[in-house]
Design a protein around this ligand. Sequence first.
Ligand code: GDP
Length: 327
Amino acid sequence: MSKRKLSKQQQKRISERHADIVNNLSEAELANAIAAGQLSQELIGTVIANYGKFADVEHSDQQIYRCGVRQNLAAFAVGDEVVWRKAPDDTGVIVAIHPRHGLVWRQQGKQKKLLAANIDQFNIVCAPIPKTNLLLLDSYLVAAHYFHLNSIILLHKCDLLNADAKLATQLDYYQVMNVPMLQTSIYDIGSIKQLCLQLQGKNSIFVGQSGVGKSSLLNQLVSGANARIADSTHLHGKHTTSTANLYHLDQTGCVIDSPGMRDFQLDFLTRTEIAAGFVDFKAYLEKCQFRNCSHQHEPRCGVIDAVKHNHIAHWRYENYLALIKEK
Ligand code: GDP
C-alpha cells in the first residue's frame, strides 16, 4: 500500500512539535544533545518569518528550516542573521543572534516589539486612491529618520493621478528635502522596472495606508509572494494580522512585509526626536532663542518665523503640531 502523503500543513505541525521539544530542553539537556551529535555544528541563517515560539530560518542552501526559539534567547526580528543548529529531522534551534543594523521596532506597552532587522530603506507608499494622508506620510518620514533609514516615496497607482490633481505637486515639496520619489503603477511595467533598480541590493520595508497597493507591488516584485502569503494565512490566520515575512527580490535585496508597521505610532518618540525628523526645520532650529523650544508659541522661534516667511510649508508645520500634541 502506498504511504499517505502528508499535507503541507501537517508537515509544518509536525516540525513545530519537534522544534517545541528542543525549546523545552534544559540547558544541560541541550548541551548533551550537542555533545551526542544530535544537533549539527553551528550554522548561519536568516530569519524569514517569526511566529513567536517558532521561526523559519533560511540557510545558505536556500532551504527553510522551522526552528525552535528558546526562552533565554534575546528578542529578534525577521531579517536578523542568526546562529542555529540543525536536528536530524530537519528542524532546528536558534542559539544566537548576530549584531545587526537597521532595527525597526514599536512600543507595545512598556516593551519594544521588534518588527524587522537589517533594514536599509523605508518605501513609503501613497496613492491618489485612497486619498493620501500627508500626516501619516510625515510620521513615516519621522520614523525613518529616527531609525536612521533612507526613505523613498512611491506615488503608486499613478494611472489614477487625475483622481487627485494636486497630489503630485504637493509631494514635490519632499524633493526639497532630498527624499527621492518614484511614480509607479502595476499597469506600467517600466515603472516597476525603475522600482526594481531602486530596491536592488537593499533590504526594504513597504509602509503606507491600507489599500494603497503594497501587496500588489510585492507581488510584482517577488515571484511566488502570493503563494507564501496564502501559505502563512492558512497556518496563522489572516497574514495582515500577525506574521512578518521576508521575501527575496527577484534581483538582489529583500522586502520585509511587517504587519506591525501598518498601524505604526510615534508615541514613543520625544518632541525633540519628532522635530529632528522634520528635516526641513533643521536650518531654522538654531535660530530659536530657547534651546528647548517646542516651536509652538515661544518668542523668537526660528521655525515659526520660517513658516511665516513660507520657507517651511504651513501644512508641514501643522503636521508637526499634530504629531507633538500631548507630548
Ligand atoms: P494594500 O492594502 O496596500 O496591500 O493594497 P493592495 O495591494 O491590496 O491593493 C488595493 C487595491 O488597489 C487592489 O484592488 C489593487 O488591485 C489596486 N491596485 C494596486 N496597484 C494598483 C495600480 O497601480 N493601479 C490601480 N489603478 N490599482 C491598483
